[in-house]
Write a protein of this length. Structure first.
Length: 291
């Protein structure tokens, strides 16, 4: 019975991790940007959905859409107000722009975190779930919201795969991740592709943030752990590899779930961190990394 409980809970958490990390690694794979405000964007989406559905009482569905829209707006602000000015600056040497982008997105994330704490306090917020109740699976009582979370994450990831591999804009994004210079030679504007990628990222982060708020709840203190978790998964899977991040998300999700049930929830992140250190030592490029 316990094994089945770990299997069910681990799948839901892993699917949520996978969705959160997919957008993170997509940004790096296409534009080479490690967005350290990732956790703040997810929390902002969850808090916006909570405020809309609970404080203003507009309903779960509308609240979720407002949360996703909030993440999309903040993601585009991150690109246009933080990342793009640094990348286009003539005062910063090209070899130093990457560290400036890292620092800029980190500070931007801290600003978002402090704004959330100021306007909504540091108390944990739980988004009003869309699906309520409990279902029994082979004797294991499981919240319907947990199943809903896992199914939505898998569906969104599948739709992303179709977008990237079956549409014209998706193939342009895929080509930009492989050979940016070749894309420009074909007459495509890289800036437009980057904007599309940040839009996709904003939607993914928004959905992940809202689902996280419904499933576990969030607070401004969740910003750092969420960013660290996504970064660990992306490094473990391989920077720039979406498939590697998906595999790593399920490895980390099940490791954390197993540790929480068999040892203590307080130590749930330790085995995943030890695995990350081991992989970085034995295979620095990650499981399926290209860089």
């Amino acid at each position: 019975m316990l094994a089945l409980q770990i299997l069910i809970d681990g799948f839901a958490i892993s699917a949520l991790y996978a969705l959160g990390a997919t957008g993170f690694t997509l940004i790096f794979g296409v534009s080479g940007v490690l967005n350290l405000s990732h956790g703040a964007i997810m929390v902002a989406a969850a808090v916006a959905a909570w405020a809309a559905s609970s404080t203003f009482g507009i309903g779960s569905y509308a609240g979720a859409l407002i949360g996703i829209a909030t993440a999309l707006v903040i993601a585009l602000l991150t690109y246009f107000a933080v990342v793009q000015p640094i990348q286009r600056s003539r005062r910063i040497a090209n070899e130093e722009k990457e560290i400036f982008v890292l620092t800029g997105t980190l500070l931007w994330g801290i600003m978002i975190q402090e704004a959330i704490a100021y306007f909504f306090t540091n108390n944990a917020k739980t988004v009003l779930p869309i699906v309520t109740g409990v279902v029994e699976i082979l004797g294991v009582r499981t919240p319907r919201n947990e199943i809903f979370t896992a199914l939505v994450c898998c569906l969104v990831i599948a739709l992303l795969w179709l977008l990237v591999n079956r549409t014209k804009i998706g193939k342009a994004v895929l080509a930009a991740s492989m050979n940016p210079r070749g894309v420009t030679l074909l007459g495509l504007e890289l800036t437009n592709i980057y904007v599309v990628v940040w839009i996709i990222y904003g939607v993914l982060a928004g959905i992940a943030g809202v689902l996280l708020g419904m499933f576990l709840g969030v607070s401004s203190y969740s910003v750092g752990p969420l960013t660290a978790s996504a970064f660990s998964i992306v490094v473990l899977g391989g920077l720039g590899s979406v498939s590697g991040s998906l595999i790593a998300a399920f490895v980390v999700g099940y490791l954390e779930t197993f540790t929480a049930y068999m040892i203590s929830p307080a130590y749930r992140s330790i085995p995943a961190l030890l695995l990350l250190v081991t992989v970085m030592y034995l295979r620095p490029q990650g499981l399926l990394g290209r860089r």
